[in-house]
Design a protein around this ligand. Structure first.
Ligand SMILES: Nc1nc2c(c(=O)[nH]1)N[C@H]1C(S)=C(S)[C@@H](COP(=O)(O)O)O[C@H]1N2
Ligand SMILES: [Mo]
Length: 455
């Protein structure tokens, strides 16, 4: 291998990983060993990842090595993503937030948390992802005076201040995952449109507030009331006050779930403006968009809600699988409810370099599964040929994530990939690649892969 070839393969992996892979695997000469990485291909791949690959023989054909597969954070639509990628990630500059959060959208502001920053049991404010669809409102000074209404198919229309909510209803605190419906979108191929989340459109915080159900009961939902519609104070990007930015809702059964809440505090602090303070909804396990920030109004409806974010292919999944990349038939879509099972490796970080001679690596991670619980998490160091179970911690309460740990042995120095996969309580497991392609990329929950180099 000349230095020139090594470099060009690495460059190719960064710029056009599919082609790089075809080149590398294409160098295999034995026709019956397709996908086996040998000879020049192996040398080129090893050079590109920075070390020998002890389990190269197990590497699936066409696999883009995790060291090269870090999806470019793209604030632009997919077509423009590749040029943006060369410039590297854009880091967040926002008061009180970690400057290691990655901006995946500038207007509206959207920032995700790299997996290794999700290593705390409770995600601190500074590491919690940000997702806006419209403009960020001015910060409210006297939060307790914030007003919102409950109306529609109810017997008593309510107008409540945050102060009323705190004094008249029973408060509860729960540690729960909030996850964007598009989390994992960047793993789709062909690319799906929207913010290119990796796994960092999720966080798990302590939320304090009251049961949404208690407030709805006080309003007296009529038998005709079957769906909620949520409204808020953030202006649409156009600045037109008549156009809601986002208005989603949920079935009455989910609204009445004892863990669906109206919240005013996060991790024991008054809810910050960027996370929807003074008051937001927190509908755990379902797409984050149901958790309206800056809540001003809940309307109870006698039919499914049809506000911005409820129709077409938004926050909807296919009923019957569609051809990836094809034009979508809106009739083939249903509302996305529970989020899918996911696990992430939170330590070590992807791309970690460990000292030569390291033979055991301790792993930590997190896993969650929408409305369900996680039954097991497994890890692999040999491209999924063999798996070992991780030690799974119990959740604090429903909708909390489940932390996990494992220790893996590695036979010698070199380049490894560590994979994690979780299975939910129903037996559904994370797939190898993002499943059920849909144009806006919801439900992308492939196994998490990190690259580790021992050298
Ligand atoms: N009012 C309002 N609420 C909103 C949004 C928004 O744009 N406006 N975005 C939603 C989406 S898509 C997500 S994923 C979560 C993100 O919450 P966070 O910014 O506190 O992390 O808020 C939801 N609530
Ligand atoms: Mo979201």
């Amino acid at each position: 291998m000349t230095d020139k070839i090594e470099r060009s393969i690495e460059e190719l992996y960064r710029n056009d990983p599919q082609r790089a892979d075809a080149e590398v695997f294409g160098r295999v000469t034995e026709p019956n060993r397709r996908g086996f990485l040998g000879g020049a291909g192996l040398a080129a791949m090893s050079a590109a990842v920075g070390g020998t690959i002890p389990f190269a023989a197990d590497m699936p054909g066409g696999l883009i090595p995790a060291a090269m597969a870090q999806t470019p954070p793209a604030s632009a639509p997919p077509a423009a993503a590749a040029p943006a990628a060369k410039k590297g990630p854009i880091y967040l500059n926002f008061p009180g937030k970690s400057d290691k959060l990655v901006v995946i959208g500038e207007r509206p502001l959207v920032a995700e948390t790299p997996e290794h920053l999700l290593d705390d049991d409770t995600t601190p404010y500074e590491k919690f992802f940000i997702r806006n669809n419209g403009q960020i409102p001015e910060e409210t000074k006297d939060g307790d005076k914030w007003k919102f209404t409950v109306e529609g198919e109810v017997n008593n229309k309510l107008e409540l201040t945050l102060g009323d909510l705190k004094s008249k209803y029973k408060a509860q605190t729960r540690r729960m995952v909030l996850e964007c419906g598009g989390n994992g979108r960047s793993f789709y191929s062909p690319p799906a449109s929207g913010n290119q989340w990796t796994n960092g459109g999720a966080g798990c915080a302590e939320w304090t507030g009251v049961r949404l159900g208690d407030v709805l009961k006080a309003a007296g939902v009529k038998p005709s009331g079957i769906y909620t519609a949520h409204y808020s104070a953030d202006l649409h990007l156009s600045g037109n006050p008549a156009t809601p930015t986002l208005s989603r809702g949920v079935r009455m059964a989910k609204a009445m779930d004892p863990e669906s809440m109206i919240v005013w505090a996060m991790n024991g602090q008054p809810l910050s403006n960027i996370h929807g303070g003074p008051v937001r909804l927190l509908i755990p396990g379902w797409p984050g968009s149901a958790s309206q920030k800056w809540l001003t109004k809940i309307v109870i409806r006698d039919k499914e809600h049809d506000g911005p974010g409820m129709t077409g292919t938004s926050y909807r999944l296919t009923i019957n699988p569609m051809v990836p990349g094809d034009k979508a038939d809106p009739k083939n879509f249903k509302i996305m409810e529970s989020m899918p099972v996911r696990s992430i490796i939170t330590s070590p970080a992807n791309g970690a370099k460990l000292a030569a001679g390291t033979r055991e690596v301790k792993l930590r991670g997190a896993s969650w599964a929408g409305d369900h619980t996680v039954r097991r998490v497994d890890v692999s160091t040999d491209y999924g040929v063999t798996w070992q179970p991780a030690k799974l911690e119990k959740a604090k309460n429903r909708f909390d994530w489940q932390r996990w740990t494992a220790a893996v042995k590695l036979p010698r120095d070199g380049y490894y990939e560590i994979w994690s996969r979780a299975m939910d309580s129903r037996g559904q497991m994370q797939p190898h690649v993002a499943p059920n392609w849909n144009p806006s990329g919801y439900g992308g929950n492939p196994m998490h892969r990190i690259a580790v180099l021992i050298a």
